[in-house]
Design a protein around this ligand. Structure first.
Ligand SMILES: Cc1cc2nc3c(=O)[nH]c(=O)nc-3n(C[C@H](O)[C@H](O)[C@H](O)COP(=O)(O)OP(=O)(O)OC[C@H]3O[C@@H](n4cnc5c(N)ncnc54)[C@H](O)[C@@H]3O)c2cc1C
Length: 600
């Protein structure tokens, strides 16, 4: 990782130009990808405004295992640190009124500095749905080249390849700026997990990155193979004199003149001076799925009645802003297990062993610290682990509107109904995953991939420093808890496979005697389920009559000179961890921007 950005780095707002061709709000994953492409043209001026600072290459960010937060005795990495917005959602009735902490990167690189480094893509069908919802050019085949464009793939080394890790070069890019590679260490229990999948007749996928991702596979990490350190979107910050990066400043609103975005207002913090910068071509909003709707609403774009109730002048009545929120849900507490192998992640409770392994990493970049705690997982269609017919009849009997908040605009109900129909159809698919199973030697964890529940992110104050109100509405559609209950039971089936019994896998928590019946499992899930940090949908790319906020070129409806480019635009989550997809979204939008520049 570059220890610092060598281009024009600005901390004092008086040092920026009065006007730029493009101003990008948010220097996270998407913002930096767009900044890179736009500034390739030396005659184009680009400013990135980022609320957070540059990080300082702290070991709890760069060392994969330390930063993953997956081994409790090694700390929680950057989560909860000064690089985190430290947000919390509002209390959730379906979770026993628990509020869920929602980490989000407040740093150059955004979520890519905080994330768990899992780098994978969904199945073809996951993206084809985006086009089916009315977004031409976003089917898998059209979108795929942009996902690979961002990637800098390194094939598995000879020592790793002996684990049957194979790859198809056509599924990867080699010229992008985010590294994807396999760590130099394989957890010994992975072999048993691999064998247990074979035993349960789950397809083994040699390379899941090309659109066939329903099965079990080794996963890539966003990992720089040169020094086995975290690879972030900071790699896209190529030093150029026409690319300026202003840190430590919060964008407070987008400025409009007669419906055209003319600039951005920003400030170092509450009670401090507000400054502004003009823009001659476009404002690109890349503040992430939790902050983008906040900035839109503060700028007068959102549901007109709601904005007026807060005294905000309406620039465009767009009820979809902040709606259609989706997240993957993970049962982090899962089933804690104990494996009987000499080298397992349980060994980290032994400080001597842990220090030896850290030294191994520091001296030769080898050993378990190169991993994020596991190497292998499975993304499974519903029929693999449950009776899909029951789910299909329950979903078919649902009236979608009943699962949204009572004050939901009719356009959003139409959009959700269209998504609900696609989700229902997928319940019978063998090529679309419904749940993910993270297979590690301290836990077997199910994660919901195709949520039927939809939440909302909004403001309740006109202060840009107040933070968004996050109402994820987790499990508000009961189909989601049913999937997780079935997944919890299947995790026990995996554990009981003879391949895992060969290493004496024992469930240590919650324990079969304590949590046994469906009701008990359900209660256990409600008490423990957590965010998988894949927030999306809050400025969805959908037709306007389906509650959309941006069109298929990611332009905000009804105004000129403003695009949203980040996880907010994803209309339905793919069954995959999110970053590899979002890198593709940010690469793809540049095509539209270039096209407009050349031909308009
Ligand atoms: C803890 C955690 C773990 C994760 N684990 C994984 C994983 O293992 N694998 C995976 O694929 N994905 C993972 N993700 C998800 C992935 O990192 C995100 O989906 C991705 O970063 C989203 O990119 P984005 O561009 O939408 O937003 P971000 O990367 O979040 O960038 C948004 C940027 O905008 C800035 N910003 C916000 N508001 C303002 C404002 N008003 N003014 C100026 N700047 C502002 C933020 O500070 C931030 O830098 C994880 C995320 C988190 C938080």
């Amino acid at each position: 990782r570059p220890s610092s950005y060598l281009g024009k780095r600005i901390t004092n707002s008086s040092d920026i130009l009065n006007s730029y061709d493009y101003v990008i709000v948010g220097g996270g994953l998407s913002g930096l990808v767009v900044a890179n492409r736009l500034s390739e043209d030396a005659g184009t001026t680009v400013l990135v405004i980022e609320a957070g600072p540059f990080d300082e290459n702290e070991p709890w960010i760069t060392i994969p295992l330390l930063s993953s937060g997956n081994i409790p005795s090694l700390g929680s990495g950057p989560r909860g640190s000064k690089y985190d917005w430290n947000l919390t959602g509002i209390s959730q009735p379906e979770l026993g009124n628990r509020s869920v902490k929602t980490p989000a990167g407040k740093v150059i690189g955004g979520g890519t500095v905080l994330n768990g480094e899992v780098f994978n893509r969904g199945s073809k069908n996951d993206y084809d749905r985006w086009e089916e919802l009315g977004n031409p050019g976003w089917d898998f085949d059209s979108f795929f080249p942009y996902m690979t464009k961002a990637e800098n793939f390194t094939p598995p080394s000879a020592e790793i390849a002996v684990w049957d890790i194979e790859y198809n070069p056509q599924y990867h890019g080699e010229k992008g700026h985010v590294h994807s590679s396999y760590p130099r260490f394989i957890w010994p229990s992975s072999e048993n997990f691999l064998e247990s999948m074979r035993e349960l007749e789950i397809p083994y996928i040699k390379d899941s990155m090309g659109g066939d991702a329903a099965g079990a596979f080794w996963f890539l990490q966003s990992l720089n193979p040169d020094d086995e350190s975290r690879s972030t979107s900071q790699g896209f910050l190529v030093p150029r004199s026409n690319l300026h990066v202003l840190t430590g400043n919060i964008a407070t609103k987008i400025l409009f003149d007669a419906g055209v975005a003319t600039g951005v207002e920003f400030s170092e913090g509450e009670g401090l001076e507000r400054n502004s910068v003009s823009v001659s071509k476009e404002v690109i909003l890349s503040a992430g799925a939790l902050h983008t709707p906040q900035i839109l609403q503060l700028s007068g774009i959102g549901d007109a009645g709601f904005l007026s109730s807060l005294g905000i002048d309406v620039v465009e009545d767009l009820p979809g802003v902040g709606e259609n929120y989706q997240d993957h849900l993970l049962l982090f507490t899962g089933q804690a297990v104990r494996v009987n192998v000499a080298v397992s992640s349980a060994n980290f409770t032994n400080a001597t062993w842990s220090n030896e392994m850290l030294e191994l990493y520091e001296t030769s970049r080898e050993g378990p610290f190169t991993t994020v705690g596991g190497n292998f997982f499975a993304f499974l269609p519903l029929s693999t682990f449950s009776n899909a017919t029951t789910f299909i009849s329950e979903a078919s009997a649902q009236e979608p509107a009943q699962f949204l908040l009572s004050n939901t605009d009719p356009s959003i109900i139409s959009g959700y109904s269209a998504q609900h129909a696609l989700l229902t159809k997928e319940l019978s698919s063998n090529s679309a995953a419904n749940l993910e199973f993270i297979l590690g030697d301290t836990s077997i964890i199910p994660g919901l991939q195709k949520p039927f529940s939809r939440g909302r992110v909004s403001i309740n104050s006109t202060s840009p420093f107040a933070g968004p109100v996050i109402n994820p509405r987790y499990l508000s559609n009961p189909l989601d808890i049913s999937s997780l209950v079935a997944g919890f039971k299947f995790a026990r089936t995996i554990r009981n496979s003879s391949a895992l019994q060969d290493i004496d896998v024992v469930e240590t928590y919650p324990g079969t005697a304590v949590v046994q019946t469906d009701d008990q499992i359900e209660e256990f899930i409600r008490e423990g389920v957590d965010t998988l940090h894949h927030h999306g949908g809050t400025a969805s790319m959908l037709p306007r009559e389906l509650g959309g906020v941006v069109d298929s070129s990611l332009r905000v409806y009804g105004v000129k000179g403003l695009r949203v480019v980040d996880a907010s635009i994803v209309p339905m989550l793919p069954a995959a961890h999110f970053q590899a997809t979002i890198y593709g979204v940010a690469e793809k939008v540049c095509l539209f921007i270039w096209y407009k520049r050349r031909f308009n």
